[in-house]
Design a protein around this ligand. Structure first.
Ligand SMILES: [Zn+2]
Ligand SMILES: [Zn+2]
Length: 280
């Protein structure tokens, strides 16, 4: 039986410069401690690179770092994110899997840029110009934003309507792995699989229930994008299915309106003890 102190405040979802966050791992850890958290999961998109530097900094700030990852995958045609909590950050298999996911995402992005140039007639568009400096979450929204910045479109939606939407000339299907592969990779590295921000998906609760049948271990109940009623429904589902309950601020940057949730969205002692027991 794992027994933690009473005053646990564990944020189980955050991002650093290793993916698309703006704080260095050490800066994120300092900020997390300053905001009163006792534990912080470093869960960058498809990379484990932020974990070791965060762990080194953690000693100085009296906070525990939980090694984690946020894996991009697919359920049917829908892209979803699955958190792997308490993973072995040195797992060669998980590192290779994450590299494969990043590569596939990059190649899809470049293929769409090339179609924009060669099929859609944006002759001046180059791959170098269209790939953002931060490659943390390359996808159609990022590409649409680049097209807006480069003034090829006047509104984001135009990019989808003309080129990037499904069935449009620059569309390339998502090549992220199936969720079953993501679950296997996370479990293989000793981690607990948690469906991230269920409230952002079509039929999020039905999806969560279905994935629990497929071996998903828990649900992210507490997230800045979840309404109170959404949290209540997700919590009821997790309790009914005896699944793990997770939560975190999904912190990326100070300038976001969501930044104020950092330090306020967390799980307490009971849920963290259950997570540790499930991954021990
Ligand atoms: Zn996510
Ligand atoms: Zn995230």
């Amino acid at each position: 039986m794992i027994k933690l102190a009473n005053d646990v405040r564990a944020d189980l979802h955050s991002h650093t410069t290793a993916s698309d966050g703006v704080l260095l791992p050490a800066e994120l850890v300092r900020e997390a401690a300053a905001r009163g958290l006792t534990h912080i999961a470093i869960s960058d998109h498809d990379t484990l690179a932020g974990i070791a530097p965060a762990q080194q900094a953690a000693h100085d700030h009296g906070i525990d770092v939980i090694p984690a990852i946020e894996v991009t995958c697919r359920s049917g045609e829908q892209e979803i994110h699955v958190l792997g909590l308490c993973i072995d950050a040195n797992s060669a298999d998980l590192i290779a899997f994450a590299g494969m996911v990043r590569r596939a995402r990059y190649e899809r992005y470049v293929a769409m840029v090339e179609r924009l140039r060669d099929v859609c007639g944006l002759a001046d568009l180059t791959v170098e110009a269209a790939v953002p400096v931060k490659e943390g979450s390359l996808g159609r929204p990022e590409l649409a934003r680049m097209l807006l910045e480069m003034k090829y479109v006047g509104r984001l939606q135009e990019a989808f309507d003309m080129w990037l939407g499904k069935g449009k000339p620059a569309f390339v299907p998502n090549s992220a792995p199936d969720v079953s592969e993501a679950l296997a990779a996370i479990h293989g590295a000793g981690g607990a699989s948690i469906l991230a921000h269920c409230g952002l998906y079509r039929d999020g609760e039905a999806l969560a229930a279905r994935l629990l049948d497929q071996g998903l271990m828990g649900i992210e109940v507490f997230h800045p994008d979840h309404s109170v009623s959404r949290q209540e429904r997700l919590l009821a589902l997790a309790r009914e299915r005896k699944a793990l309950v997770s939560g975190g601020a999904d912190f990326h940057e100070h300038d976001s309106p969501k930044a104020k949730h950092f330090g306020r969205v967390y799980v307490g002692r009971t849920d963290l003890e259950r997570l540790f027991e499930a991954t021990n």
